[in-house]
Design a protein around this ligand. Structure first.
Ligand code: SF4
Length: 255
């Protein structure tokens, strides 16, 4: 079964394999996935609102609403979360007030949960835009998607909106400090698990110089039924190649 969308602004804390106890923030609509990608493996199903710019037709939470929701959640939690994480129903950087959201979340964290770290799970689609880079750099942790090295495969696997370009994404990630790369590998007709793609992907990692690389495969349901999950050996093999390129890497095995 596909994952249901997050109805509320705050969800969790969830136990995340990569972040530990993480309080999620969804700044996208509660009834639609809004994303510049339409990944063949997306646990929420196909993208309903496929865009690089959100217009007034979507009902988005305001900075004030997000601020109040986070304050209430933190006040009511018995113990603070390890992370406060922008994630949710699509790509958080699409929100037109993303920078104000970041500033607001950081100041509430400082006040109510100073030991918690702030993070984002982003698909990197807009990372080449300077204002987005500035906002991302205000967070403690940037976990940015890069699944493909080959532009052709990127079109097939992540199905970006027109104008979203793998070379621009790579350049944007190169310009960002302290980036953690997240990559989902899957085999099958539309999968990204092939030698040539992995070689090209490693070349991009060498340009980006990530501080860590997170590797995983399909865990939940996914819309493209021709896909198959990568096995442990395949993921360890990719991990060895990343380590050989001198970047720390971790495999997050299936649930
Ligand atoms: S980037 Fe994330 S939310 Fe968007 S389609 Fe891909 S997996 Fe789904």
């Amino acid at each position: 079964m596909l994952l249901t969308l997050k109805k509320d602004i705050i969800y969790g804390p969830v136990h995340s394999r990569r972040l530990g106890r993480s309080l999620g923030i969804n700044i996208l609509p509660g009834d639609k996935k809004a994303c510049p990608f339409n990944c063949v493996y997306c646990q929420y199903g196909w993208t309903e609102y496929h865009t690089t710019r959100i217009d007034g037709s979507l009902c988005l939470p305001s900075v004030e609403e997000v601020k109040k929701a986070l304050e209430t959640a933190l006040i009511n939690l018995k113990e603070p979360p390890a992370f406060i994480t922008f994630s949710g129903n699509g790509e958080p950087t699409l929100h037109p007030d993303f920078d104000a959201m970041v500033e607001s979340i950081v100041s509430i964290r400082n006040l109510l949960a100073p030991a918690a770290r702030t993070a984002i799970l982003s698909n990197s689609a807009l990372v080449w835009e300077k204002p987005i880079q500035v906002s991302l750099s205000k967070l403690d942790s940037r976990i940015m998607k890069l699944d493909c090295g080959s532009p052709l495969l990127f079109e097939r696997y992540n199905q970006p909106c027109s104008g979203v370009d793998l070379d621009l994404i790579t350049q944007g990630l190169e310009e960002l400090e302290d980036v953690t790369i997240q990559a989902l590998f899957a085999s099958g007709e539309t999968g990204n698990l092939n030698t040539q793609n992995i070689e090209e992907w490693i070349k991009r990692l060498k340009r980006i110089k990530p501080k860590a690389v997170q590797l995983y495969t399909l865990d939940r349901d996914y819309p493209d039924k021709t896909l198959e999950h990568a096995n442990d050996e395949e993921l360890s093999n990719i991990k060895s190649q990343v380590l050989q390129a001198s970047f720390p890497a971790e495999v997050y095995s299936r649930l």
